[in-house]
Design a protein around this ligand. Structure first.
Ligand code: SF4
Ligand code: SF4
Length: 325
């Protein structure tokens, strides 16, 4: 049990923290209108195409930006763990030693080191989100909780949604659906809109790609479908993983049968602009050289979903240039 400060007007709920790795203002891709998207760190899934690799681990992680580094070496002097080595090839971060204390980030005069993921209180996040309330009101926007998977910070997410609701702010929950049904249901009840991912309808492939059982996700999706809560379902279209017509047909059919509350279905085209993020985290991105999809391929998949009876269906994202036939 946390000890409370003496000031009695500060509630324990207000002191709840979540590991936030980004707060993106003026976002237009995470729900309707102009939004602020709060990205929480940690995800139960491990999709090889993940566009936010810095959101996969729930722990803070140090990254180094080579283009900013001026080799001042102040970071090396302050590190209590001796976790940094500057070599001609770049900064080596011993991730077994580094505890993300942030001393090197503070010491660097060129902002070349950054700890991704900071503990933020509900109060801090609410205060930041409310700065743009006037934009939410004018555009029918609001705040979106995303990640990673916001459900991994359950108490924080619940309290954040409650507080934003009190302020009259529309709240969307962007979830992978791979969390316990109990937590999922509480979270859904607090949100105004659910952005729900359905990626792969083959059980074996789903487990292989994401590390989570498909049935767990589908159970949550079915229950969500019974609530009447507005839902946008989203499928990342990943070459070789999710982009076959049969997969989209099965997803669309599942939605048609189980989710009458669907407001729109989104197909999100793969892109590899996250390569640098993987490099900075010293992780391998297996899809770094994967070409983009074409407009024609995205249009084709959209038609498949429409043919199964879904509407409206949108697709978005960068596509590769096609030569004229
Ligand atoms: S569910 Fe989303 S955030 Fe989680 S690993 Fe997959 S792509 Fe990344
Ligand atoms: S975050 Fe702390 S432990 Fe990690 S490299 Fe920097 S100073 Fe060392």
């Amino acid at each position: 049990m946390r000890s409370l400060p003496e000031n009695p007007i500060v509630s324990e709920e207000a002191l709840l923290t979540g590991m936030v790795f980004n707060i993106q203002r003026y976002s237009t891709e995470d729900g309707p209108g102009i939004r602020t998207t709060i990205f929480l760190k940690g995800c139960p899934m491990s999709c090889p195409w993940c566009h936010n690799p810095e959101g996969m681990s729930p722990r803070p992680e140090l990254v180094w930006y080579d283009v900013r580094c001026i080799a001042a070496q102040d970071c090396l002097k302050v590190c209590p763990q001796n976790a940094l080595t500057l070599t001609p090839q770049g900064m080596l971060i011993d991730r077994d030693k580094c505890d993300a204390c942030g001393l090197c980030e503070e010491a660097c005069p060129a902002a070349a080191l950054e700890v991704i993921g900071k503990r933020r209180t509900v109060d801090e996040v609410v205060e930041e989100a409310l700065r743009d309330k006037v934009f939410y009101e004018k555009s029918n926007g609001g705040v979106t909780l995303s990640g990673g998977e916001p459900g991994l910070w359950f108490e924080f997410a619940m309290e954040l949604m409650r507080r934003l609701g009190e302020e009259g702010v529309h709240v969307a929950l962007d979830t992978c659906g791979g969390i316990s049904s109990e937590k999922f249901r509480h979270l859904v009840e607090k949100a105004d809109l659910i952005l729900f991912d359905l990626k792969v309808m083959d059980e074996e492939k789903h487990a292989q790609y994401t590390g989570i059982e498909l049935e767990k996700v589908l159970d949550n999706a079915r229950w969500l479908g019974s609530t009447g809560k507005p839902v946008w379902v989203r499928t990342p279209i990943i070459p070789g993983y999710t982009d076959d017509e049969d997969n989209i047909r099965k997803i669309a059919n599942f939605i048609k049968v189980n989710m009458p509350n669907l407001e729109r279905y989104d197909l999100l085209a793969f892109n590899n602009t996250c390569v640098g993020k993987y490099e900075r985290l010293n992780r391998i991105f297996a899809m770094a050289d994967q070409p983009l999809l074409s407009r024609k391929e995205m249009e084709r998949l959209k038609e498949v979903a429409i043919a199964e009876g879904l509407e409206p269906v949108h697709w978005s994202g960068a596509t590769r240039l096609e030569k004229e036939a």
